[in-house]
Write a protein that binds this ligand. Structure first.
Ligand code: APR
Length: 308
């Protein structure tokens, strides 16, 4: 039997993530939303593409939580997306109640599942999901760092006219305006970008990465990015479903690692069948530590607002 992936929120990110899972054939999918008929229609459409993708995935669209019972992985994308001029943290209160309600249901019907939180502001929503479900922190994580790193990798590849797959990047911190892309750990086929580009150019690309989500929102006007967010979520799903033990930047619970306590934030994590199996600790310089601390303070501030 295939593993079961449930996706809460069948909007742009949720449905695109479902598409990637169905296309890959690596798990069965339940697509849930509160809007009647919409997840059913999208699931039917995706199911009808299976013969073309040689996929044997079964997909069901639903408005009934019971259909998500005994899921192996639950992805939370439910909630509101940004509009122009909004930061991710502006979504805090509206999305907190959506995520909290979803998590209470998940804890009841899929108590052994692994949770991937995508809804923004993601680090705080991951903390809320962990507190609400009372799952082990290894089984609750957030998607952000892979997306931020992918944006940084793309900008670097375009700048240097090389293939994006030859660019590796590491982004630390919260998935917010003060995320911390780290040039020292960003390489083109193993060569640090600090040896290939002037500092001014690197800083400009870091700034573009920090504003990467907002740049897309300003074009779309009525929604936020979803292709790259869904591709990033799929990378996490694949690493867990196939027990790949990949090292990926994800929001994980820190309890002393990097000298930070009781907070979900982006760090390199080994992802496998148990979830966030290990937090990888790398040595940071003083300046890098200061930047990460600044991001930590922003996430902590939001956590405090929700009394978590
Ligand atoms: N339960 C289930 N689904 C819900 C609920 C709920 N309580 N409340 C809202 N939804 C659904 C909406 O009906 C909608 O279909 O969540 C979906 C959100 O989809 P979009 O509006 O298309 O937003 P999307 O672009 O997918 O972003 C979702 O992910 O990247 C983050 O910032 C983004 O927080 C946002 C989330």
């Amino acid at each position: 039997m295939k593993k079961k992936v449930s996706i809460i929120g069948a909007g742009n990110v949720g449905a695109t993530t479902a598409l990637l899972v169905v296309q890959s054939g690596i798990a069965d999918v339940v697509l849930f939303d509160v809007v009647e008929g919409m997840p059913q229609g999208k699931a039917l459409d995706l199911g009808e593409a299976c013969p073309l993708w040689n996929s044997s995935t079964r997909i069901k669209g639903t408005n009934d939580y019971a259909d998500m019972a005994d899921s192996d992985i639950v992805v939370i994308t439910a909630g509101f997306a940004r509009k122009p001029g909004m930061s991710r943290s502006d979504l805090l209160h509206a999305n907190a109640s959506v995520v909290k309600n979803a998590c209470m249901k998940i804890a009841e019907i899929s108590p052994h599942s692994i949770l991937i939180v995508v809804t923004n502001p993601m680090d705080v929503m991951a903390q809320l999901a962990w507190k609400t479900t009372e799952f082990s922190c290894r089984r609750v994580m957030g998607m952000g760092g892979i997306l931020d790193a992918s944006r940084f990798r793309s900008f670097l590849a375009w700048e240097l006219n090389v293939s994006p797959e030859d660019v590796e990047a590491l982004v630390f911190g919260g998935h917010g305006d003060d995320m911390v892309p780290l040039p020292r750990f960003t390489t083109i086929k193993g060569v640090p970008i600090t040896e290939l580009l002037p500092k001014k150019k690197i800083n400009a690309l870091i700034e573009r990465t920090r504003n990467g989500g907002a740049e897309i929102v300003s074009f779309l006007k009525s929604g936020s990015a979803y292709y790259a967010p869904a591709a990033s979520t799929f990378q996490m799903l694949k690493a867990i479903l196939l027990d790949e033990k990949r090292i990926l930047p994800c929001a994980a619970y820190l309890n002393g690692e990097y000298r930070m306590k009781d907070v979900y934030m982006g760090v390199p994590v080994v992802l496998g069948e148990e979830g966030a199996e290990k937090i990888v600790e790398v040595k940071l310089t003083r300046e890098e530590k200061m930047q990460v601390k600044r991001s930590y303070a922003s996430v902590k501030k939001l956590i405090k607002t929700l009394n978590l």
